[in-house]
Design a binder for this molecule. Structure first.
Ligand SMILES: Nc1nc2c(ncn2[C@@H]2O[C@H](COP(=O)(O)OP(=O)(O)OP(=O)(O)O)[C@@H](O)[C@H]2O)c(=O)[nH]1
Length: 301
Protein backbone atom coordinates (compact mmCIF):
# COMPACT_ATOMS: atom_id res chain seq x y z
CA UNK A 1 0.00 0.00 0.00
CA UNK A 2 1.29 3.47 -0.90
CA UNK A 3 1.71 6.51 1.28
CA UNK A 4 -1.56 8.17 0.18
CA UNK A 5 -3.47 4.88 0.59
CA UNK A 6 -2.30 4.58 4.20
CA UNK A 7 -3.32 8.18 4.82
CA UNK A 8 -6.75 7.70 3.22
CA UNK A 9 -7.33 4.45 5.09
CA UNK A 10 -6.21 6.07 8.35
CA UNK A 11 -8.63 8.97 7.97
CA UNK A 12 -11.54 6.85 6.76
CA UNK A 13 -13.68 7.35 9.84
CA UNK A 14 -13.22 11.12 9.85
CA UNK A 15 -13.89 11.29 6.11
CA UNK A 16 -17.20 9.43 6.43
CA UNK A 17 -18.51 12.21 8.66
CA UNK A 18 -17.57 15.01 6.26
CA UNK A 19 -18.56 13.08 3.15
CA UNK A 20 -22.20 12.94 4.09
CA UNK A 21 -22.84 16.58 3.30
CA UNK A 22 -21.59 16.09 -0.24
CA UNK A 23 -24.15 13.39 -0.92
CA UNK A 24 -27.27 15.25 0.07
CA UNK A 25 -28.83 16.13 -3.23
CA UNK A 26 -25.88 18.01 -4.54
CA UNK A 27 -27.57 21.41 -4.87
CA UNK A 28 -26.07 24.08 -2.66
CA UNK A 29 -28.88 25.46 -0.53
CA UNK A 30 -28.99 27.45 2.67
CA UNK A 31 -29.07 24.10 4.51
CA UNK A 32 -25.82 23.05 2.88
CA UNK A 33 -23.94 25.90 4.57
CA UNK A 34 -25.47 25.15 7.95
CA UNK A 35 -24.66 21.46 7.54
CA UNK A 36 -21.10 22.21 6.48
CA UNK A 37 -20.49 24.41 9.50
CA UNK A 38 -22.04 21.85 11.86
CA UNK A 39 -20.05 19.02 10.32
CA UNK A 40 -16.77 20.87 10.73
CA UNK A 41 -17.60 21.65 14.36
CA UNK A 42 -18.61 18.02 14.96
CA UNK A 43 -15.36 16.87 13.44
CA UNK A 44 -13.60 18.79 16.24
CA UNK A 45 -12.13 21.50 14.08
CA UNK A 46 -13.29 24.18 16.49
CA UNK A 47 -16.07 26.71 16.03
CA UNK A 48 -13.81 29.56 14.99
CA UNK A 49 -12.20 27.65 12.12
CA UNK A 50 -15.53 26.11 11.10
CA UNK A 51 -17.26 29.50 10.83
CA UNK A 52 -14.38 31.20 9.02
CA UNK A 53 -13.94 28.38 6.50
CA UNK A 54 -17.68 28.14 5.82
CA UNK A 55 -18.02 31.93 5.35
CA UNK A 56 -15.08 32.00 3.00
CA UNK A 57 -16.42 29.14 0.88
CA UNK A 58 -19.81 30.74 0.75
CA UNK A 59 -18.33 33.94 -0.69
CA UNK A 60 -16.27 31.93 -3.15
CA UNK A 61 -19.35 29.96 -4.25
CA UNK A 62 -21.26 33.18 -4.90
CA UNK A 63 -18.38 34.75 -6.81
CA UNK A 64 -17.59 31.72 -8.94
CA UNK A 65 -21.17 30.55 -9.32
CA UNK A 66 -20.50 27.16 -7.72
CA UNK A 67 -23.97 25.72 -7.33
CA UNK A 68 -23.29 22.00 -6.83
CA UNK A 69 -21.84 20.73 -3.60
CA UNK A 70 -19.24 18.53 -5.29
CA UNK A 71 -17.75 21.67 -6.85
CA UNK A 72 -16.99 22.84 -3.36
CA UNK A 73 -14.96 19.81 -2.37
CA UNK A 74 -11.65 20.98 -3.77
CA UNK A 75 -12.28 24.53 -2.58
CA UNK A 76 -12.85 23.13 0.93
CA UNK A 77 -9.63 21.11 0.76
CA UNK A 78 -7.65 24.21 -0.26
CA UNK A 79 -9.28 26.42 2.32
CA UNK A 80 -8.77 23.99 5.21
CA UNK A 81 -5.14 23.36 4.33
CA UNK A 82 -4.45 27.10 4.52
CA UNK A 83 -5.46 27.04 8.20
CA UNK A 84 -2.42 24.95 9.17
CA UNK A 85 0.68 26.83 10.30
CA UNK A 86 3.73 25.81 8.24
CA UNK A 87 6.94 24.48 9.77
CA UNK A 88 10.01 26.62 9.18
CA UNK A 89 12.25 23.56 9.56
CA UNK A 90 11.79 19.82 9.87
CA UNK A 91 13.70 18.71 12.99
CA UNK A 92 13.89 15.13 11.69
CA UNK A 93 15.46 16.16 8.40
CA UNK A 94 17.36 19.38 9.06
CA UNK A 95 20.29 18.12 11.06
CA UNK A 96 22.11 18.42 13.39
CA UNK A 97 19.06 18.24 15.55
CA UNK A 98 18.03 17.17 19.04
CA UNK A 99 14.37 16.40 19.63
CA UNK A 100 12.67 15.95 22.99
CA UNK A 101 9.37 14.04 22.87
CA UNK A 102 6.83 15.01 25.52
CA UNK A 103 3.19 14.15 26.16
CA UNK A 104 0.74 12.32 28.37
CA UNK A 105 0.97 8.58 29.08
CA UNK A 106 0.21 6.35 26.16
CA UNK A 107 0.16 9.13 23.54
CA UNK A 108 2.63 7.17 21.42
CA UNK A 109 5.99 8.83 22.27
CA UNK A 110 8.09 5.69 22.59
CA UNK A 111 6.78 4.03 19.43
CA UNK A 112 7.15 7.32 17.53
CA UNK A 113 10.79 7.64 18.62
CA UNK A 114 11.38 4.02 17.54
CA UNK A 115 9.78 4.54 14.13
CA UNK A 116 11.59 7.80 13.42
CA UNK A 117 14.93 6.31 14.50
CA UNK A 118 14.41 3.28 12.27
CA UNK A 119 13.51 5.49 9.30
CA UNK A 120 16.46 7.87 9.83
CA UNK A 121 18.90 4.99 10.22
CA UNK A 122 17.76 3.40 6.97
CA UNK A 123 18.13 6.78 5.26
CA UNK A 124 21.78 6.78 6.33
CA UNK A 125 21.45 9.41 9.08
CA UNK A 126 23.66 8.94 12.18
CA UNK A 127 20.97 8.70 14.83
CA UNK A 128 21.03 8.17 18.59
CA UNK A 129 18.10 7.41 20.89
CA UNK A 130 17.98 8.81 24.42
CA UNK A 131 15.79 7.09 27.00
CA UNK A 132 14.89 9.76 29.55
CA UNK A 133 11.71 7.91 30.52
CA UNK A 134 13.33 6.50 33.64
CA UNK A 135 9.93 6.17 35.31
CA UNK A 136 8.55 3.27 33.32
CA UNK A 137 10.97 0.32 33.04
CA UNK A 138 9.00 -1.05 30.09
CA UNK A 139 9.64 2.16 28.13
CA UNK A 140 13.40 1.58 28.32
CA UNK A 141 12.93 -2.04 27.18
CA UNK A 142 10.57 -0.90 24.40
CA UNK A 143 13.20 1.58 23.15
CA UNK A 144 15.90 -1.06 23.30
CA UNK A 145 13.78 -3.37 21.17
CA UNK A 146 13.29 -0.60 18.58
CA UNK A 147 16.99 0.25 18.80
CA UNK A 148 18.22 -3.29 18.27
CA UNK A 149 15.71 -3.87 15.47
CA UNK A 150 17.07 -0.93 13.52
CA UNK A 151 20.66 -0.98 14.78
CA UNK A 152 20.37 2.34 16.63
CA UNK A 153 22.22 2.83 19.92
CA UNK A 154 20.07 3.70 22.96
CA UNK A 155 21.59 5.75 25.79
CA UNK A 156 19.71 5.46 29.05
CA UNK A 157 20.15 4.95 32.79
CA UNK A 158 18.52 2.82 35.45
CA UNK A 159 14.91 3.27 36.48
CA UNK A 160 14.49 6.27 38.81
CA UNK A 161 17.51 8.20 37.48
CA UNK A 162 17.18 11.96 37.06
CA UNK A 163 15.84 12.49 33.51
CA UNK A 164 17.66 15.82 33.06
CA UNK A 165 21.01 14.18 33.75
CA UNK A 166 20.15 11.37 31.32
CA UNK A 167 19.67 14.06 28.64
CA UNK A 168 23.04 15.53 29.57
CA UNK A 169 24.69 12.11 29.10
CA UNK A 170 22.83 11.50 25.84
CA UNK A 171 24.17 14.71 24.31
CA UNK A 172 27.69 13.95 25.53
CA UNK A 173 27.49 10.54 23.85
CA UNK A 174 26.03 12.10 20.69
CA UNK A 175 28.97 14.48 20.48
CA UNK A 176 31.45 11.63 20.90
CA UNK A 177 29.76 9.63 18.16
CA UNK A 178 29.13 12.53 15.82
CA UNK A 179 25.39 11.79 15.82
CA UNK A 180 23.33 13.99 13.49
CA UNK A 181 19.91 13.28 14.93
CA UNK A 182 19.22 12.70 18.64
CA UNK A 183 15.73 11.55 19.64
CA UNK A 184 14.97 11.66 23.37
CA UNK A 185 11.92 9.96 24.88
CA UNK A 186 10.58 11.39 28.15
CA UNK A 187 8.17 9.88 30.66
CA UNK A 188 4.47 10.42 30.03
CA UNK A 189 2.77 12.76 32.46
CA UNK A 190 -0.53 14.52 32.93
CA UNK A 191 -0.52 18.18 32.00
CA UNK A 192 -2.33 18.83 35.29
CA UNK A 193 0.50 17.46 37.43
CA UNK A 194 2.50 20.57 38.29
CA UNK A 195 5.49 18.75 39.87
CA UNK A 196 5.97 16.57 36.84
CA UNK A 197 5.56 19.51 34.48
CA UNK A 198 8.23 21.40 36.44
CA UNK A 199 10.52 18.37 36.15
CA UNK A 200 9.97 18.40 32.40
CA UNK A 201 10.73 22.13 32.18
CA UNK A 202 14.05 21.35 33.87
CA UNK A 203 14.73 18.54 31.37
CA UNK A 204 14.14 21.02 28.54
CA UNK A 205 16.34 23.76 29.99
CA UNK A 206 19.23 21.38 30.83
CA UNK A 207 19.02 19.90 27.33
CA UNK A 208 19.01 23.31 25.66
CA UNK A 209 21.94 24.51 27.73
CA UNK A 210 24.01 21.36 27.13
CA UNK A 211 23.14 21.35 23.40
CA UNK A 212 24.83 24.72 22.84
CA UNK A 213 24.27 25.79 19.26
CA UNK A 214 22.63 22.53 18.15
CA UNK A 215 18.89 23.22 17.75
CA UNK A 216 16.66 21.52 20.31
CA UNK A 217 13.01 20.97 19.37
CA UNK A 218 10.39 20.14 21.96
CA UNK A 219 7.69 18.11 20.27
CA UNK A 220 4.34 17.26 21.84
CA UNK A 221 3.03 13.83 20.89
CA UNK A 222 -0.72 13.94 21.09
CA UNK A 223 -3.30 11.18 20.77
CA UNK A 224 -6.06 12.34 18.39
CA UNK A 225 -8.62 10.10 20.09
CA UNK A 226 -8.53 12.31 23.21
CA UNK A 227 -10.53 14.90 21.24
CA UNK A 228 -11.12 18.30 22.82
CA UNK A 229 -9.18 17.28 25.93
CA UNK A 230 -6.18 17.09 23.62
CA UNK A 231 -6.51 20.81 23.09
CA UNK A 232 -6.28 21.46 26.84
CA UNK A 233 -3.27 19.17 27.11
CA UNK A 234 -1.54 20.96 24.27
CA UNK A 235 -2.20 24.39 25.82
CA UNK A 236 -0.75 23.33 29.19
CA UNK A 237 2.32 21.70 27.64
CA UNK A 238 2.86 24.74 25.46
CA UNK A 239 2.56 27.16 28.38
CA UNK A 240 5.05 25.14 30.43
CA UNK A 241 7.58 24.25 27.73
CA UNK A 242 7.17 26.61 24.78
CA UNK A 243 6.71 23.80 22.27
CA UNK A 244 8.16 23.81 18.77
CA UNK A 245 5.66 21.51 17.11
CA UNK A 246 3.35 18.52 17.22
CA UNK A 247 3.05 14.90 16.26
CA UNK A 248 -0.57 13.76 16.18
CA UNK A 249 -0.98 9.98 16.57
CA UNK A 250 -3.89 7.53 16.31
CA UNK A 251 -5.80 9.53 13.70
CA UNK A 252 -6.98 6.12 12.49
CA UNK A 253 -8.84 5.64 15.77
CA UNK A 254 -11.17 8.62 15.57
CA UNK A 255 -13.95 10.08 13.44
CA UNK A 256 -12.86 13.53 14.62
CA UNK A 257 -9.54 13.99 12.88
CA UNK A 258 -10.29 17.71 12.69
CA UNK A 259 -8.78 17.97 16.17
CA UNK A 260 -5.35 18.03 14.50
CA UNK A 261 -6.36 21.26 12.78
CA UNK A 262 -7.91 22.78 15.91
CA UNK A 263 -4.75 22.22 18.00
CA UNK A 264 -2.27 23.22 15.35
CA UNK A 265 -4.23 26.35 14.43
CA UNK A 266 -5.07 27.52 17.95
CA UNK A 267 -1.54 27.10 19.27
CA UNK A 268 0.07 28.20 16.03
CA UNK A 269 2.27 25.09 16.08
CA UNK A 270 3.23 23.09 13.01
CA UNK A 271 2.51 19.37 12.76
CA UNK A 272 5.70 17.49 11.84
CA UNK A 273 4.32 13.97 11.58
CA UNK A 274 1.00 12.15 11.90
CA UNK A 275 0.26 8.59 12.95
CA UNK A 276 -2.47 6.81 11.00
CA UNK A 277 -1.83 3.26 12.26
CA UNK A 278 0.65 1.06 14.06
CA UNK A 279 3.05 0.16 11.26
CA UNK A 280 6.23 2.11 10.54
CA UNK A 281 4.76 3.40 7.25
CA UNK A 282 1.79 4.78 9.14
CA UNK A 283 3.93 7.48 10.71
CA UNK A 284 3.91 10.04 7.92
CA UNK A 285 5.41 13.41 7.16
CA UNK A 286 2.59 15.90 7.48
CA UNK A 287 1.46 17.62 4.33
CA UNK A 288 -1.51 19.95 4.90
CA UNK A 289 -2.98 19.49 1.42
CA UNK A 290 -2.72 15.67 1.42
CA UNK A 291 -4.14 15.56 4.92
CA UNK A 292 -7.15 17.71 4.00
CA UNK A 293 -7.72 15.77 0.76
CA UNK A 294 -7.80 12.53 2.76
CA UNK A 295 -10.06 14.14 5.36
CA UNK A 296 -12.59 15.63 2.95
CA UNK A 297 -12.29 13.02 0.20
CA UNK A 298 -11.45 13.85 -3.35
CA UNK A 299 -14.93 12.94 -4.32
CA UNK A 300 -17.00 11.18 -6.87
CA UNK A 301 -18.72 13.67 -9.16
N1 LIG B 1 -3.70 2.84 16.04
C1 LIG B 1 -2.59 3.52 16.32
N2 LIG B 1 -1.87 3.19 17.41
C2 LIG B 1 -0.76 3.91 17.68
C3 LIG B 1 -0.34 5.00 16.87
N3 LIG B 1 0.79 5.52 17.43
C4 LIG B 1 1.06 4.79 18.53
N4 LIG B 1 0.13 3.81 18.71
C5 LIG B 1 0.03 2.81 19.79
O1 LIG B 1 -0.20 3.46 21.03
C6 LIG B 1 0.26 2.67 22.12
C7 LIG B 1 1.02 3.53 23.13
O2 LIG B 1 2.24 3.95 22.57
P1 LIG B 1 3.55 4.25 23.41
O3 LIG B 1 4.58 4.63 22.42
O4 LIG B 1 3.88 3.16 24.37
O5 LIG B 1 3.10 5.53 24.25
P2 LIG B 1 3.97 6.47 25.18
O6 LIG B 1 3.53 7.85 24.91
O7 LIG B 1 5.42 6.20 25.03
O8 LIG B 1 3.50 6.01 26.63
P3 LIG B 1 4.18 6.33 28.08
O9 LIG B 1 5.58 5.83 28.02
O10 LIG B 1 3.30 5.62 29.05
O11 LIG B 1 4.11 7.79 28.26
C8 LIG B 1 1.09 1.56 21.47
O12 LIG B 1 0.33 0.37 21.48
C9 LIG B 1 1.30 2.05 20.04
O13 LIG B 1 1.46 1.00 19.12
C10 LIG B 1 -1.14 5.34 15.71
O14 LIG B 1 -0.89 6.28 14.95
N5 LIG B 1 -2.25 4.57 15.50
Amino acid sequence: MGFMDNLRRGLERSRETINEIFYMGGEVTEDFWDDLEDTLVMGDMGAEVAIRVTDHLREQAAKENLTRSHQLRSALIERLSEEFPRASRDPFVDTPSIVLFVGINGAGKTTTVGKLAGRAQSDGVRVLIGGADTFRAAAIEQLEVWGSRSGVEVVTRERGADPASVCYDVIEEAEKRGSELVLIDTAGRLHTSSDLMRELAKVVSVTRKRAGITPVSVVLVIDATTGQNGLNQAKEFNDALDLDGLIVTKLDGTAKGGIALAISHQLNLPIYRIGVGESIDDLQTFDAHDFCAALVGEGVQ
